[in-house]
Design a protein around this ligand. Structure first.
Ligand code: ASP
Ligand code: MG
Length: 404
């Protein structure tokens, strides 16, 4: 049996017209000799509506009941798909997480799939049926409904691919793939044909709209190739796969950037062990995510300057925490709200010298000042003034020949 997992996102099942289109896509695979397992999300907007309803009751909605509520949107979408398939002459039925069953672990609203019982679905497939499984949901060891975090039907699809040993896993969405950079910001961004899990995760600031990041981790750990495609237009999508399947002709795969960073600099902090820890401790206790950090070498051996970045939303809270922190002393606190982080990403840079130089040189030629630098194995990020972001994208896109 050639099992294929077909996952449809909210906009792909957003209305009845779209659901009919989805049914046709499913049938096309059936006709090609595949045994499709369909995984569906809720119709777009439904989950948000349900969350809103819970908030009207209370901001403290019991977590187990919250999952019962917010997982209900998938039930609607699945029955509509199965109903349509029946109507055009195909054997199909919906399966809620508990009916499969799909077992999960962890806290409500952020559970993870640990095991999927294959038996009933396999029987159904053998009898020519098309199962339509509700994404985003499962049950825990107490038989309570659980959900997998926002966008979690991607994780359902990946784990179905794993447990049913699917030959292919296609994620149908409203974009036709992953691009070298945000196509809304830079019109000449190009669709990426193949990308590694690692690159895809690093592109999260762009890719998040495409797939739930934890589901990409699930795919990476289980070596499941993912095809991302549009259910709206018939076009080749992007394949997400393991590193060694990604042809090494491209050093850089894509450019990602942020729009809402803030930079803080503490001038004249004491240069002694434990100071950085004292600065960041209250931030971490308050769930403030610190991104880039640089500490200058102290000229006099006594004091130094420390710069770091955070999300702009956390700026006021961070400033307050720093000013009331009695464990540290500093001469001045300088804040810059107009910064953006721009990153070049690519597994090719591991084996290629000179990438950092080329990035800096390309920015220098455009007179773009670099404020902070950070690197990982497959990514180089620089902090620049927000007003230069477009200029920087164009320069880097050209330098690394991302249009080719
Ligand atoms: N319907 C859920 C959500 O909106 C799950 C999903 O879309 O993947 O988060
Ligand atoms: Mg979604």
């Amino acid at each position: 049996m050639k099992i294929i997992v077909l996952k449809f996102g909210g906009s792909s099942v957003g209305n009845i017209k779209r659901i009919k289109k989805v049914a046709n896509i499913i049938v096309s695979y059936k006709k090609k000799g595949y045994s499709p397992i369909v995984v569906s999300s809720a119709m777009s907007g439904t989950t948000n509506e349900l969350i809103k309803k819970s908030k009207v009751i209370t901001n403290n909605f019991t977590s187990s009941e919250y999952d019962v509520l917010v997982s209900s949107g998938e039930q609607i979408a699945c029955s509509l798909i199965a109903g349509r398939l029946n109507d055009i002459g195909y054997k199909s039925r919906s399966w809620m997480g508990w009916q499969v069953p799909i077992f999960t672990e962890g806290a409500h609203s952020s559970s993870r799939i640990t095991y999927i019982d294959k038996k009933k679905i396999m029987d159904y497939l053998r009898h020519g049926g098309i199962p339509v499984i509700a994404g985003f949901q499962g049950i825990n060891s107490d038989d309570r409904l659980t959900t997998l975090g926002r966008g979690g039907s991607d994780a359902s699809a990946i784990m179905c691919s794993k447990f049913f040993k699917a030959k292919r896993c296609i994620i149908y969405t409203d974009v036709d793939g992953v691009y070298t950079t945000d196509p809304n910001t830079f019109k000449r961004a190009k669709k990426i044909k193949v990308i590694s899990y690692e690159e895809m995760l690093e592109m999260a600031s762009l890719g998040a709209k495409v797939m739930q990041p934890t589901s990409i981790q699930d795919a990476r750990l289980n070596r499941i190739d993912i095809e991302v495609k549009s259910s709206f237009v018939k076009k080749d999508g992007t394949k997400i796969t393991k590193r060694k399947n990604v042809i090494a002709n491209k050093i850089i795969r894509g450019i990602s950037f942020t729009k809402n960073d803030a930079k803080l600099t503490l001038l004249g902090v004491k240069d002694k062990p434990g100071i950085a820890a004292s600065i960041f401790k209250p931030l971490s206790y308050n769930a403030i995510n610190v991104d880039m950090v640089v500490q200058n070498i102290s000229a006099d051996g006594k004091t130094t300057d420390l710069t770091f970045t955070i999300k702009s939303d956390d700026l006021i809270k961070t400033q307050r925490l720093i000013r009331k922190n009695s464990k540290i002393s500093f001469r001045d606190l300088i804040v810059d709200k107009n910064v953006s982080k721009i990153s070049i990403i690519g597994v090719g840079m591991i084996a290629t010298p000179g990438v950092t130089y080329r990035m800096f040189q390309a920015l220098a030629k455009k007179n773009i000042n670099i404020l902070v630098i950070s690197t990982s194995e497959i990514k180089i990020s620089v902090l620049i003034n927000k007003k230069n972001i477009k200029k920087a994208i164009i320069a880097l896109h050209k330098e690394f020949k991302l249009n080719k």
